[in-house]
Design a binder for this molecule. Structure first.
Ligand SMILES: [Zn+2]
Length: 102
């Protein structure tokens, strides 16, 4: 998937459509908070007796985890009017690159 360096989209700070500069977010920033929460939940559920919820199940095999061949890409959009930036995720694609418009 090819993306332009500049797109016009909604800015929640300006509450209107603005020209935004586009950059691909570094991998690893996605789901950082969610993972931490999941780990805490796992520890909590493992305490004491009783059903451990979804952690009672057998762990997913390596094969099942790697079943998807594409990745979702996070894109950082910086508003040219107010200078604030938002993060949006784009649909699954094998390869994403930013192309300068001519
Ligand atoms: Zn803005």
């Amino acid at each position: 998937m090819k993306l332009p360096t500049e797109i016009r989209t909604y800015c929640p700070y300006c509450r209107s459509h603005q020209a935004m500069s586009l950059k691909i977010e570094k991998p690893g920033r996605r789901a950082a908070g969610g993972q931490k929460l999941a780990v805490r939940r796992q520890i909590r559920r493992r305490k004491g007796t009783g059903n451990k919820g979804k952690y009672s199940k057998k762990p997913i095999t390596q094969n099942k985890m790697a079943s998807k061949t594409t990745k979702k890409t996070d894109v950082r959009l910086k508003c040219k009017k107010c200078g604030k930036s938002i993060t949006k995720s784009f649909p699954r694609a094998k390869k994403v690159e930013v192309v300068t418009a001519h």
